[in-house]
Design a protein around this ligand. Sequence first.
Ligand code: PHE
Length: 489
Amino acid sequence: MEERERWKRRSDFIFASIGAAIGLGNVWRFPYVTYQYGGGAFLIPYFVALITAGIPLVMLELGVGRIFQAGAPQAFARIRKKLEWIGWLALLAVMIIFLYYSVIMGWVWNYLYYSLKLSWGADPKAFFYNNFLKLSSGPGTLGAINWAIVIGLALSWLWSYNYLRRGTKSISKEIYWTVTIPWMILVIMVIRGLTLPGAVKGLNYYLTPNFKALLNTGPWLAAYGQVFFSLSLAMGSLIIYSSYLPKESDIANNAFIISLADAGTAFFAGFAVFSTLGYLAQTMGLEVPNVISSGFGLAFITYPTAISKMPFAAPFFGVIFFVLLLTLSIDSQISQVEPFAAGFMDKWKFARKKVLPVVVLFGFLGGLFFTTQGGYYWIDIFDYFTCSFVLTFVGLMEAVIVGYVFKASRMREYINEVSEIKIGKWWDICVKFITPIILGFSFIWEFKKVVTKGYGDYPRWATTVGFILVLLLLVLSIVLMSIKGKEEQ
Ligand code: PHE
């Protein structure tokens, strides 16, 4: 049998996983979801989700990858042959994500260029929607392809291809600087945000809890979706990275390091965004919740505003900020493509050299859809349906499968055998009861809500398309399971 690829050092693995976790999810998605669900109202569900599902599932996935020495489909197939599709569903979800994630990276490339001249001028909001995206009237009108975004999209794919080409060897070359540089830049952005007039208003919105809102299911499901997205859970990323670990590698401690680094970064980035929102509210004479109608473009409006307000060398800060976003997102993009490509390499024994160019080309071509004038709406819709329904479903299944089929206690013992910190029975309780119950309930409630009311302000047929997408992924995952792999023949 061929030797499996390996990380050379423990730090290679930790940095790669932190790089996978920390990305646009922290600096773009976390703030906008938080904003959408009422700021402080969202933080409690978020931290509850992190503790009850995030950290336990990071341990679970690292354990699964280490024990079975394979990506998600193969690993679940080794628990029970019939469960392989869960692994494929995870990889199909990550596929949807890399299709639009790389388009957002394409926006960032453009903004990097704009920041040289601060092209967004006095009204970054109008600039983003009208001048840059040239937004169409709704998801029904796709309009023209935006070639500037296409160029950015191509750059992102070429860049990640370069690092994926030689697997763990080339991945570990880039993660060190793409993980550390962003942190330094983020500190500067937070300081700038906090010193803007009106910042306090924004922070109040960000940090004041709203206990009434906890009775709604919306923020809960969104919180679990966000934790999954941000920790790269239920998408095969951590499983595949951990399958490249040498024997006897620690799991529990690594899981804590990865999860806390990720949540810490998101929380910290929130200060930069919300202080700036406070400032915007003050200058526009509005309340914080009314500053931006759809939160989705938040990062591309608030940060440019803050950048323009830099007392000196604004273009310089603009450039470093968008470099921050690029360096943050590149290792996440890599960690999305790697499990997907590895799924095919593991099952059909295709060579990396052959699979990668196909996946990269597919990613680029598929991304074109999101570069249209209506693409912005579709990113929102695809993101919502994938994260809220597919990811939470896969997470639920993972917990149930490891909890009951493989047995939580067996996995815990295994983790404890190799780990520096020992985890207690609380872990079994999270995996067997808390995570599945909370995920199950919020899933059903959200489902009911979307079926009756539709998603967002979009026309009803957009919701139907969202559900069709989910169904399609489900069917595809079963198809992929039923095609015979190489070792089975
Ligand atoms: N966690 C990454 C982020 O926060 C995104 C990601 C999703 C990475 C899926 C890998 C897999 O940006």
